[in-house]
Ligand binder design. Structure first.
Ligand SMILES: Cc1cc2nc3c(=O)[nH]c(=O)nc-3n(C[C@H](O)[C@H](O)[C@H](O)COP(=O)(O)OP(=O)(O)OC[C@H]3O[C@@H](n4cnc5c(N)ncnc54)[C@H](O)[C@@H]3O)c2cc1C
Length: 462
């Protein structure tokens, strides 16, 4: 370590290098802040040049590296084995003024998602990537996990919001393409390789992000439905009726909804708790009063036609925030579970109703399973399962995994809709990808990182 340390100190100031006792306040995940970080060293670079120089040293010395963003990932992708050097991006958090004409914003990878949203807002523009961890997740982390969230049906995943990218490869080479253009078919779109690669192919240092015009109105409603087929028909009906402004279409299954809206949860239900499914939808439009009227008319028609059984539009900003708190307050589900296990699967939307019913039935029969809470971004076929259980044994974990993942391959779904593979889902990657796809991924990894130093042991075993 001493030689490595001397090399790092040729490019970094001593306070940019933490080792030994100075690591005791650091951790590998935001949920494990009470456990000190187990690594050789943590480095705090302040520029792309420093990241490149660090990687040259690590490459020469076969030194494994993990990049730390906001540490909010949900798949163990920043867990350490002890022999790594960590590069924490927190000091590379610069955000340039949004460019109004090209509707872009250029940011360093360590910029916090919420700060980027605010910077866009200051110029009357919207950065539409949005999810619960926005106050801690960094743009580099969002890019490296291709994060999705609450507005994917309208604005797409992170992949659709990145126009330019600067990345440092495992050997320190800087690949920079910070263009502000939407169309660029000059051969391969290299940046897409790094988006969603969970820090295994390169280190993202900067990005040009796409912004959109700031919506001038926001309307939401909770809706009660009993048949899953109608959940799907109603989504199409609303998408047509709201003429392209439908931005979120979230589904909460009955048991999850009841838990989210009863003691000890702080929230109360705007609808009776008798329906099988609760949809929370949102439209982002251009005129508040007109959009509210249009939503009310659409809901009234849907009720008259028997497409839905009940509806509660949000009549104020407070009510709207309350509705979203119900959907986002996952802590209320965790609170009733002694131990929990969570999932983030994708299924073709037509298969969601039956498949989730059958998975839930099978899970309920397993000894040790206490709760089954499905909910999710149903507009994009993404279901987040929260399973409550009596113990945290590997045996129970595997039994639950086997049931939840069983239908994935046959239905053409995915073991990860948006959280990624990391460490926790590595064994199940083969259910989402063919042998040929995995072989090509390994070939790409070997080409870009021949010494396998970037996030070794995550996503793929070589
Ligand atoms: C409450 C909560 C709600 C969430 N909701 C959603 C949701 O709705 N949708 C969704 O998609 N996700 C969600 N997530 C998970 C989401 O994937 C992460 O929050 C986020 O995208 C990761 O960003 P981060 O900065 O915390 O990255 P980290 O957790 O620090 O890192 C994630 C991965 O990216 C790598 N990495 C980080 N920065 C870089 C970089 N600059 N270059 C290369 N690799 C890098 C790391 O090595 C690691 O492999 C949620 C998480 C929480 C805790």
């Amino acid at each position: 370590m001493d030689t490595l340390k001397d090399s790092f100190l040729e490019i970094l100031r001593s306070e940019q290098l933490l080792t030994g006792a100075s690591l005791k306040d650091r951790y590998h995940h935001i949920w494990h802040m009470d456990q000190p970080l187990n690594v050789k060293a943590l480095l705090l670079p302040e520029s792309t040049e420093q990241v490149a120089a660090i990687m040259k040293i690590c490459h020469t010395n076969d030194q494994p590296v993990i990049v730390f963003g906001g540490l909010t990932n949900l798949v163990g992708s920043t867990e350490t084995y002890g022999d790594e050097v960590v590069i924490s991006m927190e000091r590379m958090n610069g955000i340039e003024k949004a460019d109004i004409q090209s509707r872009t914003i250029t940011v360093e990878a360590g910029a916090i998602l919420e700060h980027v949203q605010q910077a866009a807002l200051e110029r009357n523009l919207l950065f539409p990537l949005n999810y619960g961890a926005k106050g801690s997740a960094q743009i580099g982390g969002a890019i490296s996990t291709n994060a999705g969230g609450l507005q994917v049906i309208r604005y797409g995943m992170t992949r659709q919001l990145v126009l330019g990218l600067e990345t440092v490869l495992a050997d320190g080479t800087v690949i920079s393409s910070l263009k502000k253009i939407i169309k660029d078919n000059s051969a391969y779109d290299i940046k897409q390789l790094f988006i969603g690669s969970e820090g295994t192919l390169g280190i993202v240092t900067k990005a040009v992000l796409k912004l959109v015009e700031l919506p001038q109105s926001r309307v939401s409603a909770f809706v009660g439905i009993n048949d899953f087929d109608k959940v799907v028909s109603f989504m199409r009906y609303m998408d047509q009726g709201l003429a392209g402004t439908l931005s979120s279409y979230e589904l909460i299954w009955k048991d999850s909804y009841i838990t989210l809206t009863k003691d000890p949860s702080v929230d109360r239900s705007p609808l009776p708790d008798t329906y099988n499914y609760y949809v929370l939808l949102e439209g982002l439009g251009s005129h508040q009063n007109q959009d509210e009227d249009r939503l009310e008319n659409l809901l009234e028609n849907a009720l008259n036609e028997g497409l839905i059984l009940d509806a509660a539009p949000a009549y104020s900003k407070t009510e709207l925030n309350r509705f979203w708190h119900i959907r986002e307050n996952v802590d209320a589900l965790v609170a009733v579970c002694k131990f929990d296990q969570h999932f983030d699967i994708s299924l073709p939307i037509y298969a969601v109703g039956e498949t989730i019913a059958s998975i839930s039935e099978s899970l309920a029969k397993i000894k040790g399973v206490t709760h089954v809470f499905p909910f999710g971004h149903i507009g994009d076929g993404n279901i987040h399962f929260m399973i409550g259980k009596e113990n945290d044994s590997d045996e129970l974990k595997i039994a639950i995994n086997d049931i939840v993942y069983k239908p994935i391959k046959m239905l053409g779904g995915s073991v990860s809709a948006e959280h990624g593979i990391g460490l926790h889902k590595k064994e199940y990657l083969r259910l989402s990808r063919t042998d040929e796809e995995i072989a090509l991924m390994k070939q790409l990894k070997r080409t870009l990182d021949p010494k396998n130093i970037l996030n070794r042991g995550k996503v793929l075993d070589l």
